[in-house]
Write a protein that binds this ligand. Structure first.
Ligand code: ANZ
Ligand code: ZN
Length: 840
């Protein structure tokens, strides 16, 4: 009888005792690095979403191994970070106690799930042997000028007195206490990922990734081509700068930075339609442009804008437009007109230049703003077809428009734009940029939405940033021989009222000698972002035994880049982009020979349950442990993969487990029966054909991660094998055992052994090959007689057995009619020749 729990624990133990899943990393001939996204070891234990992803990756790894690859499949724990820390705060346990027990729990659950994990090489990001190298990476970037300190706005919860990540701000409120979030300026460490924006974008053209993930990265990087244009300040503000020219009609030449507003625009073609300008509230020129009579209003507006959180600010399209007039003016360099300068929070300080030329005739946000505050709206672009017969483009448009012209047509031309009128819009934009560039007022420019990566966290639970501040020498890297900078045990690890890291309250940690001059200095007390831990963990797996280097060059050459990486869509941008960036940097600094970390990336789909999102609040969480205890890991794995296409996800229903459970039981019965009967060879051409069709289908499907259809194909083959209650031969069932092994590894090991195979199946079985010639369906025409008279002709597979032929004959209308009211007395079947039914 099939007893999954006995079989599974026996094989898990066997694998461990025999090091089945620990490839020799130096001797491997065909290395295949099979990576899955390591989990954050929450207190709740392994989540079914984790297991869904891991199982999908594991099946692919096992499939490659059965094809002869040396598969390395490690796992680790992303155990630092705000999630772990907040949980520790909630349950009032120190993370240094909580995390190790969470990890033990995870490991127990993972071992029960039947993954091909190499347990001799796990990674725990909170282990000083690991974060020593996280700190080392920080130092490499610091030395290369890629880590810098700058002031940046952060989300601040005034009640919890802490900095919040964007993801922790829900609809403007702190996720923990529902207090309205504010902005604060803090000095923080940044990695200059924007220096790599173009390369991160370009490489997407050739790496083998899920298309949707590439698209998400392209959008996140957000490349925009356009121009930087200068608008000289006019009137009092311009004169205050002490520069003649800006206010006196000498067309800009000689104006200085600070005497002009620079804008980034993707639409220089619309310059003649720029009727006002808008500065971000934080823009340095706000102060200078504001006139005395407007000062009180402007200052109040700027203060209020600082209480809007960053996430909300990003929604520049949808938010209701607010703003104030500064009282100041700047000159449109094309029309020569003075246009009012406003301040509004729909302009963001951290994109482009933090200032825009507003073109209400052609930009929806500017249009909304102009309508709200009664500013002029003019049209400067028009479809050529819409132009009245014989009209002069220079005379069209302008005036006060009632609508924004935001729809684009292919035949757009400039109107009401001086000598550029009549030109095609894109050519006109280039011509306007060149014209202004000739006067030092413009330059073509590319902008990226991508921001530099903020590394600092004013929290406790992370690797200390390895920097020492000296009054004389400035920030100094901790010497590499002094790494790791150990995260000390501090009793009170709560975030502080000042936004300063808890480590700053620990004088023993805080005080340090300057590595350059030896003077008394201060240690950096912020810790680094968790995404830095996860940005390089895969590099560590093949080198876990080395204490003196983060990754061993020979191992890197053999095992990296990662052969296959499978993970969730939620990591499309941050983790996957940061790890690409770090790999590129380490490559450029001579530490790695490759610049893209993952040879192939595939995202998996999402599980829902009974049609609804799985969440704790809904109470529909799936506890993998319970299902594995009830059904066995093999059935659970198979069901997870069977409920929908792996890359799209599917709906988990308890009732669905019965199918895979029945299937595995039938596999058990058929294989053990075949072993007992001991017949070999292929007696039946129909079965042999079904086998080759099955091998082809299952091989192709596993390669494409189409696991649900692979399982369905295995089920089909089994049905053919068992048709009419026949007992299969050993040669007919052995390939089936091998082909279900990736999905159901325990039962496959057991049945493989019972068929006389040497263990492990993953080391000794060879993935079956199919023979195309066996796939050709060989059919014969067979006459069907009733009482010796021809009543029908059927097509059946050559060599089809009597029950198959008879079933086909009994489906023929003409035969059915003759059988009405009579009984079949005798069946005469001459294989491939004829069938005669004797009735009376
Ligand atoms: C004039 C104009 C006319 C614009 C028009 C658009 C349409 P992307 O494509 O995302 O790069 N912009 C520039 N900096 C901004 C900032 N800091 N905050 C908010 N908006 C900003 O968008 C570039 C366009 O977004 C720029 O081109 C600018 O408006 C606006 F018919 O300039 B445009
Ligand atoms: Zn010093």
């Amino acid at each position: 009888m099939y007893d999954p729990s006995a079989i599974e624990s026996r094989w898990q133990t066997w694998w461990e005792e025999n090091g089945t899943n620990e490839p020799d990393l130096d001797a491997a001939a065909r290395p295949f690095f099979n990576l899955m996204m390591y989990p954050y070891p929450s207190a709740e234990g392994l989540h079914v979403g984790n297991l869904y992803a891991f199982t999908g990756a594991d099946i692919y790894g096992r499939f490659r191994r059965l094809q002869g690859d040396d598969v390395f499949e490690p796992i680790g724990y992303d155990a630092f970070g705000i999630h772990s820390e907040n949980h520790a705060l909630k349950v009032d346990t120190h993370p240094m106690e909580l995390i190790p027990s969470n990890i033990r729990n995870f490991e127990r659950m993972l071992r029960g799930a039947g993954l091909m994990t190499d347990w001799s090489r796990t990674v725990d990001t909170t282990d000083p042997c690991y974060y020593k190298w996280t700190q080392w990476i920080f130092i490499q970037l610091f030395k290369a000028g890629l880590a810098e300190k700058k002031e940046a706005a952060v989300n601040w919860c005034p009640k919890d007195q802490t900095v919040l990540a964007n993801e922790q701000v829900i609809a403007g409120l702190c996720e923990r206490c529902d207090t309205a979030v504010e902005q604060r300026m803090l000095s923080q460490w940044f990695f200059r990922i924007t220096d790599y924006a173009q390369r991160l974008l370009d490489n997407l053209d050739w790496i083998d990734w899920s298309e949707t993930t590439k698209t998400a990265q392209r959008n996140w990087i957000g490349r925009s081509e356009g121009a930087r244009l200068h608008f000289p300040l006019s009137g009092a503000a311009g004169a205050a700068g002490g520069v003649a020219g800006a206010g006196e009609g000498t067309e800009g030449g000689g104006e200085r930075e600070g005497d002009r507003i620079e804008v980034f625009t993707t639409r220089p073609d619309t310059l003649f339609g720029a009727t006002f300008m808008v500065l971000a509230p934080e823009h340095p020129l706000v102060e200078r442009l504001t006139t005395d009579e407007r000062r009180a209003d402007v200052e109040a507006y700027v203060r209020a804008a600082a209480t809007v959180d960053l996430v909300e600010r990003q929604k520049t399209d949808d938010r209701e437009k607010t703003g104030v007039f500064t009282g100041g003016y700047a000159r449109n360099p094309a029309t020569g007109e003075d246009i009012p300068v406003w301040v509004a929070d729909y302009v963001l300080m951290d994109y482009g230049t933090g200032a825009i030329m507003a073109v209400p005739g052609h930009d929806q946000r500017d249009f909304d703003f102009a309508r709200q505050f009664g500013l002029s709206i003019v049209q400067v672009v028009c479809s050529r077809a819409a132009l009245p017969e014989g009209a002069d483009p220079a005379e069209v448009g302008g005036g006060e428009a009632e609508t924004a012209f935001v729809e684009h047509t292919a035949d757009e031309i400039l109107v009401n734009s001086g000598r550029f009128s009549g030109m095609a819009a894109d050519a006109g934009g280039r011509a306007i940029t060149e014209w202004l560039a000739g006067r030092g007022l413009a330059a073509a420019e590319v902008n990226y939405r991508l921001h530099d990566w903020c590394i600092s966290r004013q929290r406790y639970w992370g690797p200390p940033i390895p920097i020492i501040y000296c009054d004389d020498c400035g920030p100094q890297a901790v010497p590499e021989e002094d790494l790791p900078v150990i995260l000390p045990y501090v009793e009170d690890f709560r975030p502080t009222a000042t936004g300063v890291s808890p480590l700053a309250r620990n004088p023993a940690f805080h005080a340090a000698a300057c590595p350059a001059c030896g003077a008394d200095a201060r240690r950096e007390t912020d810790v680094s972002d968790t995404f830095l831990d996860s940005g390089w963990y895969f590099l560590r797996y093949p080198s876990t035994e080395f204490d003196d280097r983060p990754f061993d060059p020979a191992r890197m050459r053999k095992w990296l880049p990662v052969s296959s990486y499978i993970g969730g869509e939620e990591h499309s941008v941050l983790h996957l982009l940061y790890s690409r960036f770090l790999t590129m940097v380490l490559h450029d600094l001579g530490h790695l020979e490759f610049e893209e970390p993952y040879h192939r990336f595939r995202k998996h789909g999402l599980l829902i349950r009974d049609g609804a999102k799985i969440s704790k609040s809904r109470g529909n969480v799936i506890l993998p442990d319970e299902y594995i205890a009830r059904f066995g890991a093999d059935t659970f794995r198979m069901y997870l993969m069977f409920l929908g296409p792996f890359q799209r996800g599917g709906d988990f229903r308890d009732s669905g487990l019965a199918g895979p459970q029945r299937f595995l039981k039938k596999v058990w019965d058929s294989v053990t029966a075949a072993a007992a009967a001991g017949r070999t060879g292929f007696g039946d051409p129909g079965v042999e054909r079904a086998l080759h069709a099955g091998i082809k289908q299952i091989s192709d499907d596993l390669e494409a991660l189409s696991y649900n259809t692979a399982v369905a194909a295995a089920m089909d083959y089994l049905n053919t094998l068992r048709a009419g209650g026949r007992t299969a031969s050993i040669d007919e069932v052995r390939p089936l055992v091998i082909m279900i092994a990736p999905v159901a590894p325990h039962i496959a090991e057991e049945l493989w052994a019972r068929l006389g195979g040497e263990s492990s199946i993953f080391d000794h079985a060879e993935w079956p090959a199919w023979d195309e010639s066996k796939l050709v369906v060989d059919e014969v025409e067979l006459p069907v007689q009733v009482n010796g008279r021809l009543r029908a002709t059927i097509r059946v597979a050559r060599g089809a057995p009597e029950d198959v032929v008879r079933e086909a004959a009994l489906a023929e209308a003409n035969v059915i009619r003759r059988l009405d009211g009579v009984a079949i007395r005798k069946v005469i079947h001459v294989p491939d020749r004829m069938l005669n039914l004797v009735v009376s």
